[in-house]
Design a protein around this ligand. Structure first.
Ligand code: FAD
Length: 380
C-alpha cells in the first residue's frame, strides 16, 4: 500500500532459559537412545553430556550477566531448571544425577566463593567443564582433610568420577568439625575407582571413590557454609525434580505398553494408568512449588519444610508408579532389554537419598508448630 512503510518484522528476543529448554528437548531423543545402551558397570553418558554442553546447559546455571541463564542461581530460573532437570531425568537418570551435581557445585561456588573464584568457575563452566559435589566420606574412615594446602583421604559415592573436572568436596579437621568446602581440579579419568559401585541401578552414573591424597585445593567460603540453611536441605528439590523425570519416563513406558498391546481399555489397566498419571502430576506440582519457594529465598524454615515434604511426596509417587507399571506390564517389565526394566532399576536406586525419616519428622514438627492453618501453610 502506497504511503505506508512496511514495518520491520518484530525482533523476537529469545529468553535464554527458554532457548536452552528447546535445545534440550531436541537433544532428548539422543540422550535417551544412548542411555538404553549404557547399562554396564563403569559406564557414563558421554554423548548425553556432550549434548548438554552443546545445548549450553553446562553454563546455564550461571547468572545471565556471566553468560548463563540463571538456572539455579536466580528466582526466575526455578521453573526452567525444574523443567530441565525433569527432561534430563526422563531421558537418562544417570545424566540427570550428574547434571544436578553440576548445578549444585556452581551454585555453591558462586554463593560462597570469592569474586575471583566465581569468575574462574564461570569461565570453566562456559568452556564446558563438568562440576560435581562430593560430600560422602567412607564409613568408618577418617574424613577428607586439608593440611598445608594438600589433601589427605578420599570420598566415596562420587558420581561423574573420572568425568568431573572441578570437584567441590568437603573436608573436616575432625569427624564432628564443621565441613570446609574445597574446590579441586581433576584431569579427566584421574583417580576414579568405579569398582565399588555395584548398585542395582544407576550403573551409568560413574559413581565411585576418589582418593585426593596429595592434591592441592582452594577453600570456598568458611567452615559450615556447606550446611547453611535453607540451601543445604532446600537443594533437595533438585534431585526430586530429576526423580520426577524418571517417574514420568516410567509412566510413558507404561502408556506405550498399553497402546502397543491394546490392553489400555481394560478397566483395571485404565484405573492403574489413571492412578499413575495422578501420581506423576502430584510429584510435578510438589516439585514446582518447592522449587519456586526455595529459589525465592523465603524464610529458611518454610523452605526446608516444604522441600522435605516435596522430596518425600516425589519418592512416594515414584514408588507407586513403579508398582502400578510393573503390575500392569507384568513379567515383561522385568525382562531385558525392555527399557522399563533398566529405568525402574535406575529410579529405585536414585530414590535412595539421605535421611528420609529425618526429613519427614522435621517437616511434621514444622506443621505442628506453625501458627497458620495447615491448609494455608504453603500459600505464597
Ligand atoms: C546414584 C547415586 C549417586 C550419588 N552421587 C553422590 C555424589 O556425587 N556425591 C555425594 O556426596 N553423594 C552421592 N550419593 C550419595 C547420596 O548423597 C546419599 O548419601 C545416599 O544416597 C544415601 O542413601 P542411604 O539410603 O544410604 O541414606 P541413609 O541416610 O543412610 O538412609 C537409610 C535409612 O536409614 C535411616 N537413617 C538415616 N540416618 C539414621 C540414623 N542416624 N539413625 C537411624 N536411622 C537413620 C534413613 O531415614 C533411611 O531409612 C549418591 C547416591 C546415589 C544413589
Amino acid at each position: 500500500m502506497r504511503g505506508l512503510h512496511r514495518l520491520p518484522d518484530p525482533v523476537v528476543l529469545r529468553d535464554p532459559a527458554a532457548a536452552m529448554l528447546d535445545a534440550l528437548r531436541d537433544a532428548a531423543p539422543v540422550i535417551r537412545a544412548e542411555a538404553a545402551g549404557l547399562d554396564e558397570d563403569g559406564s557414563f553418558p558421554q554423548g548425553g553430556l556432550a549434548a548438554l554442553r552443546q545445548a549450553g546447559l553446562l553454563a546455564a546455571p550461571l547468572p545471565v550477566g556471566m553468560g548463563g541463564a540463571g538456572l539455579g542461581t536466580s528466582p526466575d530460573g526455578a521453573l526452567p531448571l525444574t523443567n530441565a532437570l525433569r527432561l534430563i531425568g526422563r531421558a537418562s537418570l544417570p545424566l540427570g544425577r550428574v547434571f544436578e551435581g553440576h548445578v549444585n557445585a556452581l551454585r555453591l561456588v558462586l554463593r560462597h566463593g570469592s569474586p575471583a573464584q566465581a569468575e574462574a568457575a564461570a569461565r570453566d563452566a562456559r568452556q564446558g567443564r563438568l562440576f560435581g559435589v562430593w560430600n560422602t566420606d567412607g564409613f568408618g574412615e577418617a574424613p577428607l582433610a586439608l593440611a598445608d594446602g594438600v589433601l589427605r583421604g578420599r570420598k566415596i559415592l562420587c558420581s561423574g568420577a573420572g568425568w568431573v573436572e572441578r570437584a567441590l568436596v568437603t573436608a573436616r579437621e575432625a569427624a564432628e568439625a564443621p565441613p570446609q568446602m574445597l574446590l579441586v581440579a581433576l584431569a579427566p579419568g584421574e583417580r576414579a575407582d568405579l569398582a565399588p559401585w555395584t548398585a542395582q541401578g544407576m550403573r551409568a552414573s560413574a559413581t565411585g571413590a576418589v582418593d585426593f591424597t596429595g592434591l592441592p585445593a582452594s577453600a570456598i567460603g568458611v567452615p559450615g557454609d556447606y550446611l547453611r540453611q535453607p540451601d543445604f536441605s532446600g537443594g533437595a528439590w533438585r534431585f526430586a525434580a530429576v526423580q520426577c523425570g524418571g517417574l514420568e519416563a516410567v509412566l510413558g513406558l507404561l502408556r506405550a505398553h498399553l497402546r502397543r498391546t491394546g490392553r489400555g481399555g481394560d478397566p483395571h489397566q485404565a484405573a492403574r494408568l489413571g492412578q499413575a498419571a495422578i501420581a506423576a502430576e502430584t510429584a510435578r506440582l510438589w516439585v514446582v512449588a518447592a522449587a519456586e519457594r526455595a529459589e525465592a529465598a523465603e524464610p529458611a524454615s518454610d523452605v526446608v519444610a516444604q522441600v522435605n515434604l516435596a522430596r518425600l511426596a516425589v519418592e512416594r509417587a515414584a514408588l507407586d508408579v513403579l508398582e502400578l507399571a510393573q503390575r500392569s506390564i507384568g513379567l515383561q517389565a522385568f525382562m531385558r532389554p525392555n527399557p522399563i526394566e533398566r529405568v525402574a532399576r535406575d529410579l529405585a536406586t536414585y530414590l535412595r537419598q539421605p535421611a528420609p525419616d529425618r526429613a519427614l519428622v522435621e517437616a511434621a514438627a514444622h506443621v505442628l508448630a506453625a501458627e497458620a492453618e495447615p491448609g494455608d501453610l504453603w500459600d505464597r
